[in-house]
Write a protein that binds this ligand. Structure first.
Ligand code: F6P
Length: 365
């Protein structure tokens, strides 16, 4: 390997800088390669905005949240959206510009770090001849064919800490405390944070919830001498017969992404109608995406970065590096397109939650 490039695309998450640092170090130490950082995801690729990464320039970024390269989830080179002076939107295919940048930079490999959408673009670039290696990233943990994505564990830890705090205030005031967390259409963050934070009710997109079941559980707790309840709800959760609350237009947020706070506040209002207890809702939002990664995410990011460089050196382009505990493997990018991994309904995670008395909003038998 002589010259490699790396870009981070889509929403940021903790651990991205661990990947950037690991790729740089493994490429420099193992191959004496030059590492080019591509700025703001595909935007930097289309418009050739880059910066050289060195062992020195990446030396203190392991603990930093975000990405030193910047990112955006707006730029798809194949469908580049531009706002015209009359506010209309035009869509262009700028993939040739992206390819020209790869050519100009003389890259032997382009590492693309991202979630499902970013990796799908990576696959399309690979089909056009770009030597791509994908690196999986998302707090949502909804990427298929890898045990975990980095960023997820940090998000769970942040949500768990939030639950610990909501627990003490909820118990003191005898209130129903709702915490809404992210996750798109998957309930991984809600489920793992809920179990680790001692939630009494966990509502996830995989199991449409029955509001009567939720209220019944709160009443039962009150009757048994615990007039407070802790609920964690995934932003993509939906009521039986209801719709997931999806935003209409997006400027910074993606079309089809649930509206921040929509689900939590809706749930609070529905509970208030049925029960004479105070209900409060907290929306964790982007707090779960920022800040320093946990040790787990630092290790995972570092291992993925290191393995990606090895895969590039072996010429295994068109693949994503993936955690297959305890090893790292490669998965063809074409197998990932359009697949969103949700919590399987027959999983031990769900059985575990219910076995210890957590209500998942199911209609009582
Ligand atoms: O995919 C990561 C994620 O944080 C989702 O959990 C969330 O729905 C979405 O991105 C938020 O996107 P944005 O940062 O554009 O508001």
């Amino acid at each position: 390997l002589k010259r490699v490039g790396i870009l981070t695309g889509g929403g940021d998450c903790s651990g991205l800088n661990a990947v950037i640092r690991a790729v740089t170090r493994a490429a420099v130490f193992g191959h004496g390669a030059t590492v080019i950082g591509i700025e703001r995801g595909f935007e930097g690729l289309v418009f050739n905005h880059t910066t050289e990464l060195t062992v020195h320039s990446t030396r203190s970024i392991l603990t930093l949240g975000g990405t030193i390269l910047g990112t955006t989830n707006k730029g798809n080179p194949f469908e580049w959206r531009e706002i015209n002076p009359d506010h209309s939107i035009s869509v262009h295919d700028y993939s040739d510009k992206a390819l020209a940048t790869v050519e100009q930079l003389q890259l032997d490999c382009l590492f693309i770090v991202g979630g499902e959408g970013t990796l799908e673009i990576g696959y399309r670039l690979f089909e056009r001849g770009v030597p791509v290696i994908g690196i999986p990233k998302t707090i949502d943990n909804d990427l298929d064919k890898t045990d975990y994505t980095f960023g997820f564990q940090t998000a769970v830890q942040v949500a768990c800490d939030a639950l610990d705090r909501l627990y003490t205030t909820g118990e003191s005031h005898q209130r129903v405390m709702i915490l809404e967390v992210m996750g798109r259409s998957a309930g991984w963050i809600a489920m793992e944070a809920g179990i680790s934070g001692g939630a009494h009710i966990i509502l996830i997109p995989e199991i449409p919830y029955d509001i009567e079941s939720v209220v019944q559980r709160i009443r039962q707790r009150a009757r048994n001498g615990s007039p407070f309840s802790i609920i964690i709800v995934a932003e993509g959760a939906k009521e039986i017969g209801g719709d997931c609350i999806v935003q209409e237009a997006a400027s910074t947020r993606l079309q089809g992404v649930p509206q921040l706070g929509g689900v939590g506040f809706h749930l609070a209002a529905e509970i208030r109608k049925r029960i004479d207890l105070e209900v409060r809702c907290t929306v964790l939002g982007h707090i779960q995406r920022g800040g320093s990664p946990t040790a787990f995410d630092r290790i995972l990011g570092t291992r993925l970065g290191s393995h990606a460089v090895q895969a590039a050196a072996e010429g295994k382009f068109g693949n994503m590096v993936s955690l297959n505990t305890p090893d790292m493997t490669l998965v063809p990018l074409c197998e990932l397109a359009g697949v969103v991994r949700r919590i399987p309904l027959d999983s031990q995670l769900i059985r575990c939650a219910e076995s210890i008395g957590i209500n998942l909003g199911r209609t009582p038998a």
